[in-house]
Design a protein around this ligand. Structure first.
Ligand code: NAP
Ligand code: MG
Length: 483
């Protein structure tokens, strides 16, 4: 490993020209886990060239055979699940048990899309005039550039590459510079599974501007799949406008979590704690960001929520029983803390947590005591911005109409949750929330079989479901003249 972890281009494991590397660190203790090849212009060109060259044969392979390779990848990932999970915890920091669940979930995208590949069918349409037929079908869109974030180092990768590969596209993946090791391990598995060289390339780099300038705007790249912040997404959208490159975006969120007076108490309580704190310690785009509690249940719910949060175990990810690991870096921790401080300054009350954790096993990591704030109002930054960390703002409401209006008053629209035992209210609220994913008495998030994506500034397009593979295709209409 002296020369660093290599990236995967055209079926070969290569260093960057000149040998540049960047460090991947463990957010739990600051140690350098690996030095990784730091790609630049020449590697970007080679990766795109490889994806372009391999596209033709891969796209023409029959879907069932592409599916066989994807199923092999799925099986190998499952065999190596704990090994992959170890990498996830090392580079991302999340508790090992959570990392295992992530890897197990992530590999399911290969199974789902291996099957979906066989169902990309078209239509034969009767003509309004005699002597003509219309034939409509989908073709793979072409070489794809995929850019992924650090919070789910396995899932964010498979949720994009599985549908792209299934559709017949080749891929250049640029994983987050904080978490490239899981992506490289997945690449190794695709190699063992027999994916042809060049069909999947992993370009590791921490020079994200270069990626924007040279990979995403490359004329041979036909589609960009991006998951990350809304801010970076907007920049990519502008750059892509130059050649109208197709886009799929999974961006930021500001999820409301609504507890009505008639909610089933225990599931609502457990759902709120889990969706706020137990997905990468709150660093997930679908995490509860604003917890709205109806006045009639607040007196019981809020104290129970605070007690539950006090019992959460914050610890390095490999420590048995760890429930919340470190934040990914100091910048993220400082951002969460500044939102907490700002809320307090504007009249919110911090009832537990909300400090840096420093002693003993915390000393060298980015640990933060899970915070609960009450008396929060909608105009505070903590209710308006994506928190992306272990801080829970609690807001009280009176009526259904009021909470729907308040829940929708954001530029984001990714995920929302609500708990009620009134079936008619369940239907009304689910229909009125302006969000791509709505959990009605449920806080477990999406699954492979359903489309996932955001309304408004939370994204474009969908991942998963039938829609997930369609995103990597173009529709072609053929006019057949029989006369
Ligand atoms: P980010 O800063 O937008 O980075 C995401 C990816 O884009 C990383 O690979 C990053 O590289 C790269 N990148 C950064 N600047 C770029 C640029 N100018 N041009 C091209 N690529 C660039 O997001 P993050 O901070 O890693 O992740 C947190 C955000 O992602 C949150 O807003 C969260 O809500 C969102 N997210 C959304 C979903 C979803 O499904 N909707 C899922 C997960 C996360 P580097 O790693 O080198 O910076
Ligand atoms: Mg960032």
């Amino acid at each position: 490993m002296a020369d660093g972890e290599r990236m995967y281009i055209n079926g070969e494991w290569v260093l960057a020209d000149g040998g540049a590397t960047f460090d991947v660190t463990n957010p739990a203790d600051g140690t350098v886990v690996a030095k990784v090849a730091n790609g630049a212009g020449p590697e970007i060109q080679r990766a795109v060239t490889a994806a372009h060259a391999s596209f033709s044969a891969w796209s023409q392979m029959v879907p069932k055979d592409r599916g066989r390779i994807l199923l092999k990848i799925q099986a190998l990932m499952e065999e190596r699940r704990d090994e992959l999970a170890r990498l996830v915890t090392l580079e991302n920091g999340k508790p090992f048990e959570e990392a295992r669940k992530e890897v197990q979930f992530s590999l399911g995208y290969f199974g789902w899309f291996a099957e979906e590949a066989r169902r990309v069918s078209g239509e034969w349409i009767p003509s309004p005039q005699p002597g003509k037929r219309y034939w409509v079908f989908r073709q793979p869109i072409g070489p794809v550039a995929a850019v992924t974030p650090w919070n789910f180092p396995a899932t964010m990768v498979t949720r994009k590459i599985a549908p792209a590969l299934a559709a017949g596209c080749s891929v250049v993946l640029k994983p987050a510079s904080a978490t490239p090791l899981t992506a490289l391990a997945i690449a190794r598995i695709t190699e063992v599974a027999g994916l042809p060289p060049g069909v999947f390339n992993v370009l590791t780099t921490n020079r994200s501007r270069l990626v924007g300038a040279q990979l995403l705007t490359h004329p041979l790249i036909r589609k960009i799949g991006f998951t990350g912040s809304t801010e970076v997404g907007k920049g990519i959208m502008q750059a892509a406008a130059k050649q109208v490159t197709r886009l799929s975006f999974e961006l930021g969120g500001n999820a409301p979590f609504i507890v009505f007076d008639d909610a089933d108490f225990q599931p609502a309580l457990e759902g709120a704690v889990a969706m706020k704190f137990l997905r990468v310690g709150g660093q997930s785009c679908i995490c509860a960001n604003r917890i709205y509690v109806q006045r009639g249940i607040a007196g019981r719910f809020v104290p129970a929520f605070i007690e539950a949060v006090k019992r959460l175990k914050v610890a390095p990810g490999f420590e048995p029983g760890a429930q919340i690991g470190p934040l990914i870096n100091e910048e993220t921790r400082a951002k969460v803390h500044s939102l907490v401080e700002d809320a307090v300054k504007h009249g919110a009350k911090l009832v537990t947590g909300g400090q840096y954790l420093n002693g003993d096993s915390y000393a060298k990591g980015f640990f933060y005591a899970p915070a609960v704030l009450v008396d929060v109002t909608d105009d505070m930054a903590i209710a308006q911005e994506e928190i992306f960390g272990p801080a829970a703002p609690i807001l009280v409401f009176d009526t259904e109409e009021e909470v729907i209006r308040r829940a929708n008053a954001t530029t984001y629209g990714l995920a929302a949750y609500f708990y009620t035992r009134d079936l008619t209210r369940l239907v009304r609220v689910a229909e009125q929330l302006e969000y791509g994913l709505v959990g009605a008495n449920d806080a477990t998030g999406y699954t492979h079989e359903i489309p996932f994506g955001g309304f408004k500034e939370s994204g474009l397009g969908r991942e998963g479901g039938h829609e997930g593979i369609a995103e990597y295709t173009e529709v072609k209409s053929v006019v057949v003249n029989l006369s």
